[in-house]
Design a protein around this ligand. Sequence first.
Ligand code: A2P
Length: 281
Amino acid sequence: MSQTQETTVPTLTFNNGVRVPQLGFGVFQIEPKETQRIVEDALEAGYRHIDTAAAYRNEAGVGAAIAASGIAREDIFITTKLRNGEQGTTDEAFRDSLQALGVDYVDLYLIHWPIPSQGLFVQAWNKMEKLYADGQMRAIGVSNFLADHLDSLLSVSDVVPAVNQIEIHPTFQQRELSAKCRSVGIAVEAYSPLGQGSDLKATAVESMADKYGVSPAQIVLAWHLSQGTVAIPKSANPTRMRENLEAVNVTLTPAEVAEITALESDARIGADPAVAAHSQM
Ligand code: A2P
């Protein structure tokens, strides 16, 4: 276990004072039967922030890896998410997630998608506020929320979401939405931060990687860190897991940051939250 890597990952502080390691390990699309091994590798590499979801069906593997690691529970930041079809039964869904993870609290619980057609996300948020007040979640937030979804929550709730976790990578940055989040105290987390691998081939990224003698993924992650965004890259490969964590040691010049920002091309990979339906995911 590398103490050095563990201590060098910067943290961001949420609006309620809870701190989160700015680089986490995402387990979206990791097969349930592979999850324990892969998360054990990630913990061994030095990650202390693991991002899962009930919908990924791999919470149990995350929990098994954490238990097997011997690392103290309070030293690992765990995020999981409310499944879309369970927005009307949030208490039960959360209890199931705790059970699958084998823990008695999570660090961050998110509404996974707004699914506006269901009309249930405000109700789910109200339930989460109660669970948060009971101390079963250290912070609560949302994922895939657009500005109007955030406005709906902010108009009825005193608890400002700690986080909005959204798709962000150089070719799809959602800068306006991110600015809105930050203006009201919501931290921004980037999923698919590497564009699921597709943004690593951009010429600007490759030439910066050559210049610094680092990998394209490290350049893209250094750009995320420069933006004050939490990023949760995933990799099934232990060498790339380590490589991604070491992006904290890469510093880009303002001109290089701007060059990557100029790669914006509105290239969304995942579903559009405005129209995504529960049945689609
Ligand atoms: P692999 O699991 O084989 O490493 P994202 O986090 O944006 O969803 O991207 C994940 C994808 O990017 C996966 O296909 C992963 O493949 C790949 N990937 C992750 N880290 C690296 C890296 N350092 N270099 C190249 N590809 C990477």
